[in-house]
Design a protein around this ligand. Structure first.
Ligand code: AHG
Ligand code: MN
Ligand code: MN
Length: 339
């Protein structure tokens, strides 16, 4: 029998690579692993229990909140609060950040931002959903309460980021800026085990993922790119394959493994698109770059954007390097001819 490396063993092993690390980040990652097992357990029961349906509240972006969103938000919030490695949290589900006014948290070095449940409209149809997280070193002084500047940091300053996908199997994928590693939950022992070491995204791919229902109200560059994907050309393996689940984590994960591009551009109604910079785009951008891919808002690198507000939205083009570069070039070209 081959030996399994569990998430906790892997995290501890990696910590030894950083001689002055205090272990706080390792403990935080382990706490997230535990919270995600709790969420996973609840997600698996979703079809059986009275856990489905809109909670009856709406989140700060006016979207209807499902019960599992709230459950996942609380699970992560409590895990990191009692773990004591972060001085504050910001979640897609809450209007503002929360600074933990507890002695052990005031001393903590990190802040965390998360989308507790991504793709929540897919819960009641048994389609893959996920959790996304992003970790920064705090800007405020250790001992103080966390403040808003701790959360408005550029993605390039993330110290760790990751996601969990609740799919045909449950996986946790994360980076600390030294490559990307994926762990699959082995249900019989309840542990995440290393299954995808040093993940790399193919430079090119044949999958494009976009909500084509919005295409008529996207910019001409995006429309031209999608038409190009559909043209026949043997040399470039076109027409490409269209795949869109409607859960960012699931669409991203598939493209990471197989090669592809995910696009959520601005539309006439929503010029900045739908996805949130800090909870969705930054963490996945960090991961994709660490895997050799690219993430852009159509004009420049996602990780270089200075956030102005907690719930900021940005257009997203993410995945295989050559595919993202091509769509960027087409956007540029159409903007030049329109100017
Ligand atoms: P969330 O469930 O966290 O609000 O995120 C939903 C997001 C993302 O997961 C997905 O890719 C996108 O919304 C789908 O949007 P459309 O239905 O507009 O395509
Ligand atoms: Mn989301
Ligand atoms: Mn969500």
């Amino acid at each position: 029998m081959s030996s399994l490396v569990t998430l906790s063993e892997f995290i501890m092993e990696r910590q030894a690579d950083f001689p002055y690390a205090s272990g706080d980040l390792s403990r935080l990652l382990a706490d997230i692993g535990i919270a995600s097992k709790i969420i996973n357990h609840q997600v698996n029961k979703a079809g059986l229990q009275d856990i489905l349906g809109a909670e009856g509240t709406t989140n700060v972006q006016g979207e209807s909140q499902m019960k599992l969103d709230v459950f996942s938000d609380h699970a992560l919030f409590n895990a990191v609060k009692w773990g004591g490695q972060v001085c504050g949290v910001a979640s897609e589900e809450n209007e503002t950040y929360h600074a933990f006014d507890l002695e052990h948290c005031r001393k903590a070095k990190y802040v965390i931002l998360f989308d507790p449940l991504d793709g929540s409209s897919n819960i009641d149809v048994n389609v893959s959903i996920g959790t996304i997280f992003s970790i920064f070193r705090r800007r405020s002084s250790v001992g103080d309460l966390a403040n808003v500047n701790d959360f408005l940091q550029r993605g390039c300053d993330q110290v760790a980021a990751g996601y969990v996908i609740y799919g045909s199997s449950t996986m946790l994928v994360y980076t600390t800026g030294h490559g990307v590693n994926g762990f699959t939950l082995e249900p019989s022992i309840g542990e995440f085990c290393l299954s995808h070491p040093d993940m790399k995204i193919p430079e090119d791919g044949v999958i494009y993922s976009i909500n084509e229902g919005n295409l008529n109200s996207c910019g001409a560059g995006v429309q031209a790119y999608v038409s190009w994907c559909k043209e026949a050309d043997k040399k470039t393996s076109r027409p490409y394959t269209g795949r869109y689940i409607g859960s960012l984590v699931a669409d991203f994960h598939r493209n990471l493994i197989k090669g592809g591009v995910y696009m959520y551009p601005g539309t006439l109604k929503a010029p900045d698109g739908k996805l949130r910079l800090q909870y969705e785009c930054n963490p996945l951008a960090f991961i994709v770059e660490q895997a050799g891919g690219k993430a852009s808002d159509g004009r420049g690198r996602i990780l270089d954007i200075q956030p102005r507000s907690l719930h900021q939205r940005v257009p997203l083009f993410i995945g295989s390097r050559n595919m993202v570069e091509r769509v960027e070039a087409m956007i540029r070209q159409h903007e030049l001819t329109e100017a």
